[in-house]
Write a protein that binds this ligand. Structure first.
Ligand code: AMP
Length: 295
């Protein structure tokens, strides 16, 4: 695996691969790699060559009171994992390479970026869209891979790619979870043992919502109420939101009549974690059953 630190060199390498007729697969990350990241790399290896992974902790997507300065990092461990995973190029630029002095441009995906995560973390998705577009312009991959763990992010990147007619397919992959259901996240490293146990409430709340829907519940207020009850019984958790939204617009829905997402965000000590579940309606009516939930 070749490690690349500059934009110019990354562009050169990517250009050469394209000149050979190769279609690159790209996995953008912020490092502290875990099996969730590796699942994206596996998918990239199946579809594309070369496989290019970036590690860049993007200052523009962190608010002033957030964890940019202490975001977990493990450069040597990450390098070994990527090597083992068969990655061809690691792009690990310093901040000045991506945001040289005088950088002024930002990308805003109207509407979608202002809700839920975007409301609690103002400017977050502007930072995400800006860095992802810049990385895609440098690497020019045929495929770019994102996790459904960050469902709103994946939706926003897909919208950006469509709006700007990017020649890159945005591939969204399933959530990788621990055996007890906790979604893998670099921020899980912040959890104390007690908080780690408490954090399974995210998964438990989603399961509770699923059971209710499988029993025929279609009123989102009631389903959200059940999830809030789970959180209320967990003293180490502080819920930011438990929402049910249309999978396309991310607007709240009142009744479950079409595909939607159940989205959760909560704090456990220093860790702020998110999780979600996809819900498909497989029959009209609203009797028992009729939903397929993907955790
Ligand atoms: P991050 O390093 O947290 O910015 O994440 C990089 C990519 O990995 C994003 O597309 C995330 O959605 C994805 N990702 C993070 N955690 C998981 C997970 N548990 N399962 C699948 N994908 C994930």
């Amino acid at each position: 695996m070749e490690v690349i630190h500059t934009v110019e060199w990354m562009k050169q390498v990517a250009r050469e691969a394209r000149a050979e007729g190769r279609l690159a697969g790209f996995v953008p990350t912020m490092g502290a790699l875990h099996a969730g990241h590796l699942s994206l790399i596996e998918a990239a290896r199946r579809d594309a060559s070369p496989v290019i992974v970036s590690i860049f902790v993007n200052p523009k997507q962190f608010g002033p009171a957030e964890d940019y300065r202490k975001y977990p990092g493990d450069p040597e461990g990450d390098r070994q994992k990527l090597e083992q995973a068969g990655v061809d190029f690691l792009f690990a630029p310093p901040v000045e390479e991506i945001y040289p002095a005088g950088f002024r441009t930002s990308v805003n995906v109207e509407g979608l970026a202002d809700r839920l995560e975007g409301k609690i973390r103002p400017g977050h998705f502007r930072g995400v869209a800006t860095v992802v577009l810049k990385l895609l312009e440098i690497v020019v991959p045929r495929f770019a891979y994102f996790g459904r763990k960050d469902a709103q992010q994946a939706r926003i990147i897909g919208q950006m790619a469509a709006d700007l007619a990017l020649d890159c397919e945005i591939v969204v992959r399933p959530i990788v979870r621990e055996p007890d259901g906790l979604a893998l996240s670099s921020r899980n490293l912040y959890l104390s043992p007690a908080e780690r146990k408490a954090a399974t409430v995210l998964y438990r709340a989603l399961l509770r919502a699923r059971s209710a829907m499988e029993e025929g519940e279609r009123e989102t207020m009631r389903i959200m109420g059940l999830m809030r009850q789970e959180f209320a019984a967990e003293p180490l958790a502080s819920l930011d939101y438990a929402e049910m939204v249309d999978a396309d617009s991310f607007e709240p829905i009142m009744r479950l009549t079409r595909s939607c997402l159940v989205l959760l965000a909560a704090r456990f000590g220093a860790a702020r974690l998110i999780d979600n579940m996809q819900v498909e309606i497989v029959e009209s009516g609203g009797g028992a059953g009729g939903v397929v939930c993907t955790l």
